[in-house]
Design a protein around this ligand. Structure first.
Ligand SMILES: *[C@@H]1O[C@H](CO)[C@@H](O)[C@H](O)[C@H]1NC(C)=O
Ligand SMILES: *[C@@H]1O[C@H](CO)[C@@H](O)[C@H](O)[C@H]1NC(C)=O
Length: 472
């Protein structure tokens, strides 16, 4: 190195800086498949909810799933509400008790780390963080296909006061007082007391804990009473809205609450009550020395059928890669749970659409049909999980690897398509003996680096570039 002229050294430094800058400061386009529009929709002393939405892009197949992140402090309650969207909850950390009305019955389930649970659109539910010293973290898909089209999703709070506002507050006070069979002043009291937001602490013994007491009582009621209490609120709601123009929507929501089919008058009953499914305990569908992957579809967890959403979980060891593949039937959303890596996505015309570094908490999406791959960083394992827009078995098509399309189609026609001899194609295709999850390409990371450097020095003369190649 000592003999390299100093001008050259300066250029080397410049080139390396450029490479670093490109790696860090990727342009807008390079991050177009990250859901960066993260909006906080709830924030209280006892917890918060954030939602990652797609930003407006060129692509018409906009994501129709939002990804929600709910954090609840120990001993807190997300007060009863229903949404105009289907929810699939995934417990990232902690323990929860979730109550929801199903076929006129209150179903309560305890959820733990890794559990998946579906809450249908229009179904009233509440969430309690039961663990004493532990924060609860939930990641959920918010599937908007049933939504009433007001931008993002809508929450309808059953309980509430001045913040959040209960939907009951929208009716005439006398109507509610008749419906609940209590005095109007009692109605006023229950509809104005709540001020601490949708997530409240149940342990708070001071100041404005009156509603905390109310909700604690609510949770301590016996099952039957609790369901009566929720139903009374909702039944009243039904009577009132039959007069309204919006009836179909309201009816739909209510039908969903009471388990009737949306169309027709017949009631279809399923013998299966809602249950949860643990993603972490599931045996991997694929596993080798470099990582593992698990998928969850409607054949394993039947509630997914009604949502049209599937789930997956992938673990890659440091440096490993999920081989380039595409989803023929689904759009995919991913959330990084641990570690960091790169997501590369390719346009239909064969140009790189995104090559972005992602870290814990980042959300990305991959349009149906688009080829992509995920590469773990060299520093450690890369774990991500997510949702797909198909509850059926999503059979990804692998483009590279021993089970790939290249492998099964390597005939004369394919060789001709690449313009190489069959023998040559065979040698190339057979070079990779692993499938699906591929070992650390010292190759791949090195190549990325080299490409960046050569791009960075691309603006200099070719001779210079060759000089650099000698150095690197
Ligand atoms: C309303 O409440 C009164 C007592 O306050 C009770 O006697 C009456 O039966 C209740 N009516 C209904 C319909 O529940
Ligand atoms: C490939 O397609 C993308 C998206 O439509 C476009 O932005 C890009 O310019 C295209 N590249 C080439 C080389 O045609």
């Amino acid at each position: 190195m000592g003999r390299i002229p100093s001008a050259l050294l300066v250029l080397v430094v410049v080139a390396m800086c450029c490479a670093v800058a490109m790696a860090n400061g990727e342009g807008e386009r390079e991050r177009m498949f990250l859901l960066q529009d993260m909006k906080r929709v709830v924030k209280t002393d006892a917890g918060e909810m954030k939602v990652a939405r797609s930003s407006k892009g060129w692509i018409s197949d906009r994501p129709n799933i939002h990804v929600g992140f709910v954090t609840m402090e120990p001993n807190s309650l997300f007060i009863p509400q229903y949404l105009d969207s289907d929810l699939i909850l995934f417990v990232r950390r902690g323990e929860a008790r979730v109550g929801s009305i199903y076929r006129d019955e209150l179903i309560e389930r305890r959820l733990k780390n890794g559990d998946v649970y579906r809450i249908p659109a229009g179904s009233i539910f509440y969430l309690v963080n039961t663990a004493d010293g532990q924060r609860l973290q939930i990641i959920c898909s918010i599937e908007k296909s049933d939504s009433i089209g007001w931008g993002t999703f809508q929450s309808f709070f059953i309980g509430g006061g001045s913040y959040p506002t209960s939907i009951l507050a929208g009716f005439e006070r006398s109507t509610i007082s008749t419906a609940l069979n209590v005095s109007e002043s009692q109605v006023r009291q229950i509809l104005t007391t709540q001020t601490s937001g949708p997530i409240i602490s149940l342990s708070n013994s001071h100041s404005d804990s009156q509603q905390s007491r109310v909700w604690t009582q609510f949770l301590e009621m016996r099952h039957r009473e609790r369901v009566q209490c929720l139903k009374r609120m909702a039944t009243h709601f039904e009577e009132e809205v039959t007069e309204e123009e919006e009836e179909p929507i309201m009816r739909k929501l209510l039908n969903s609450v009471f388990g009737k089919e949306v169309t027709g008058n017949h009631v279809r009953r399923s013998s299966k009550k809602p249950h949860s499914y643990n993603l972490f305990n599931r045996k991997p569908d694929f596993e080798n020395d470099y990582g593992s992957s698990v998928t969850l579809d409607q054949s394993d967890y039947s509630p997914l059928k009604r949502s049209g959403v599937g789930l997956y979980l992938v673990n890659l060891k440091a440096g490993s890669m999920m081989a380039p593949h595409l989803n023929p039937t689904a759009t995919e959303y991913g959330i990084v749970l641990r570690g960091s890596g790169r997501i590369q996505i390719v346009f239909p015309n064969g140009t790189l659409a995104m090559n972005a570094q992602v870290n814990e908490g980042d959300v990305f999406w991959i349009p149906r049909y688009f080829p992509f791959c995920q590469i773990a960083s060299q520093n450690g394992p890369f774990e991500f999980f997510g949702f797909t827009t198909s509850a059926r078995r999503n059979r990804p098509q692998f483009l590279v690897g021993s089970n790939s399309v290249l492998q099964s189609m390597r005939g004369p026609a394919f060789a001709a398509a690449f313009g190489v001899s069959e023998e040559r194609l065979k040698r190339i295709v057979n070079a990779q003996s692993e499938s699906i999850i591929l070992p650390s390409g010292s190759a791949s990371e090195e190549k990325v680096k080299n490409e960046m450097v050569s791009e960075a020095i691309g603006s200099f003369s070719d001779e210079m570039a060759m000089g650099f190649e000698g150095i690197f």
